[in-house]
Design a protein around this ligand. Structure first.
Ligand SMILES: *Cc1c(COP(=O)(O)O)cnc(C)c1O
Length: 350
């Protein structure tokens, strides 16, 4: 039976007292081959989807949260706090519930996907909406955690990035080696930082012999790393990457440069097109932000970036069910019809 990332990778995640480990058996997500998507985008490459939507709270945030909350318990903490565009709060709320401690989550007003808000609420977190954006929310929780005995579990908490390395371990375990390219959406830039650190840790331990190139994608309206400037008012439909001043900005640039990869931007239209494509061609439902990884591969492929023969892993960071509003908005409406065979057949075009 899968034991969660901390107990599955004890060489990398060390706990002197196993009782402090807080897990909901996160990780072990499938690496799904996507041949129909590759056929459409570029038949010369192989695409794999690391479907992080299948973590306990439906996003990769659980990999970091099991570490952050376990370390908080180890240190005797009784409460955690985070700012969040949604998934961090959902995960923090669930792991705090599991640990029997309190969770406070501060979210930007308005732009939070419905499913994520529901998760934070049902797990019993105290949810506070601030009249500002994510960056404003982060500033407040940082201050609070510095002055009160409440553990910050945003990705500034180094244990988050530690735990998120496990995604890279699993990909190498599944493929037997790293892919040539690893594509990710970039928001606060913790995940691209963590994957790169994970691949390097696996190389150092002799488990793999080479490293992938990291390719990250921001939304055009929230592309501070691409443009080299803070975005005061980041805007994108992909709320999970609607971030104007990423916490791991420098480390993401390091990951890009050391791996000889790139960080580029994709438009909301490109994101939505990729979001629809992966749902319709592969039966895999992710949230809009996740689809930036695929939109980026589409964009780069059209520019002749790939030579052919490469394996490209796209991390699909969160589950599509978290954001039903966007899915409904871009899909065709159900047709209303009398419950009679002839009428239904008419609608079907027979
Ligand atoms: C948090 C999140 C991101 C962004 O990850 P960073 O580590 O902040 O770059 C992307 N997609 C989803 C679904 C997320 O929850």
């Amino acid at each position: 039976m899968w034991k969660g990332i901390i107990r599955e990778y004890p060489d990398f995640f060390k706990f002197s007292n196993d009782n402090n480990v807080v897990t909901i058996l996160e990780g072990n997500t499938p690496l799904i081959p996507a041949p129909r998507l590759a056929e459409k985008i570029n038949p010369q490459i192989s695409i794999f989807l690391k479907y992080e939507g299948l973590n306990p709270t439906g996003s990769f945030k659980d990999r970091g949260m099991t570490m952050a909350v376990s370390r908080a318990i180890e240190a005797g903490s009784k409460a955690i706090i985070c700012a969040s565009t949604g998934n961090t709060s959902a995960s923090a709320a669930a792991y705090a519930a599991r640990a029997g401690i309190r969770a406070f989550v501060v979210i930007p007003e308005g732009k939070i996907a419905l499913g994520k808000l529901a998760q934070a609420m049902i797990h019993g977190a105290k949810v506070i909406k601030v009249l500002g954006n994510f960056d404003d929310a982060l500033k407040v929780v940082k201050q609070i955690s510095e002055e009160y005995p409440i553990t910050l579990v945003n990705s500034l908490n180094p244990h988050r990035i530690e735990g998120q390395k496990s995604g890279a371990f699993e990909i190498c375990d599944a493929l037997g080696e790293p892919p040539e390219y690893h594509s990710l959406p970039v928001g606060n830039a913790g995940n691209i930082t963590a994957y790169w650190a994970g691949y390097k840790a696996y190389l150092d331990s002799g488990k793999i012999k080479n490293l992938p190139k990291m390719i990250g994608f921001q939304a055009e309206g929230a592309s501070p790393i691409v443009q080299g400037r803070v975005f005061e008012k980041p805007e994108t439909i992909a709320t999970a990457i609607r971030i104007g001043n990423p916490a791991s900005w420098k480390k993401a640039e390091q990951a890009r440069d050391e791996s000889k990869g790139l960080i580029d931007a994709v438009s909301d239209d490109e994101i939505l097109k990729a979001y629809k494509m992966v749902s319709c061609l592969e039966g895999v439902f992710c949230e809009p932000a996740s689809a930036a990884s695929i939109a980026g591969v589409i964009k780069k492929s059209a520019q002749g970036f790939f030579n052919g023969g490469e394996r490209v892993v796209c991390t699909l960071t969160g589950h599509g069910l978290k954001d039903p509003d966007n899915a409904i908005k871009i899909s065709s409406e159900p047709v209303t019809c009398e419950p009679e065979m002839r009428k239904v057949l008419n609608v079907l075009g027979f």
